[in-house]
Design a protein around this ligand. Sequence first.
Ligand SMILES: [Zn+2]
Length: 322
Amino acid sequence: MTIAGLDVGGTKIAGVALRARSSDGAAPASAWTEDDVLVRTHRAHRIHGPGALLDALEAAVRELDERLVEQGDAPIEAVGLAIAAWLTRDREVVTWAAHLAVRDFALRSALADRLGMPVAIDNDANGYLLGEAAMGAAAAASSSILIALGTGVGGAYVVGGQPLIGAHGLGGELGHVTVDEQGPVCSCTARGCIEAYAGGNALARDAAAVPAAVALAPGGRATAVHLERAARAGDATALAVVERAGWAVAAGLRRLLPAFDPEVVVLGGRVMLECADLLLPVIERELAAHAPLQGVPQPRRLELARLGGHAAAIGAAVLASR
Ligand SMILES: [Zn+2]
């Protein structure tokens, strides 16, 4: 059986086709490997509204099917979708997907009707960690949490292969853990969330006040990339902003570790992975200096995500395989 996984972000759709494990119990779920990924696709989109979303998802599934036929593999029989959106608790309805202009849309049933096959949906961060837990940085771990530094800061908590959903579908939104009530305003309108310091948009905001970053930016519109370059060139102000982002991640983890006690902490997202050499030492130093529950031995792994840009698509396929 072949299962598709799709990850719809603000500007692109990543897709995979996964060879599903037989359901006779012969292979445990932890036996997934990257060899089970039969096809990977990646395409830009300009989705605006629910109709365009359905069209783009159908096209992505067709593209995967064409590639499967070309290489002699079985066609897709089920689809998992990871989407950058707020979802209802039952994972049936997109409450709000800001980047896609989709609001209050019963996506799961509409997509299942369009494709004529079973569909499962979760948000992109849950998909990301399900992928890493299936065959990446958290493989074989009984529980894990994710902090993903992208445009914002995604988060997820997976235990026993299941993501935490919560009473309102917002469980695992770890990027919105408060680390300073007097801190900068976050995209969620609260102050001092991890995201308000360590997300790509927050770093771009801070970069605008770093002359060395502005000097590197065409037209003076500095982003996290220019901030990173200025920091790597040794600019003290840029380094202080990066340091503060690392502090915020560690401060958030300090609050999360006693709550979840995960076996593995997965650190991912484009900003984290591109700046790991700058951020990881700060995170590890801050965590060591202010570790919670210090009187209790807590062997715990801090791991960088391993599956690259297809992690959430892989996780979505794993979700649909159940
Ligand atoms: Zn927030």
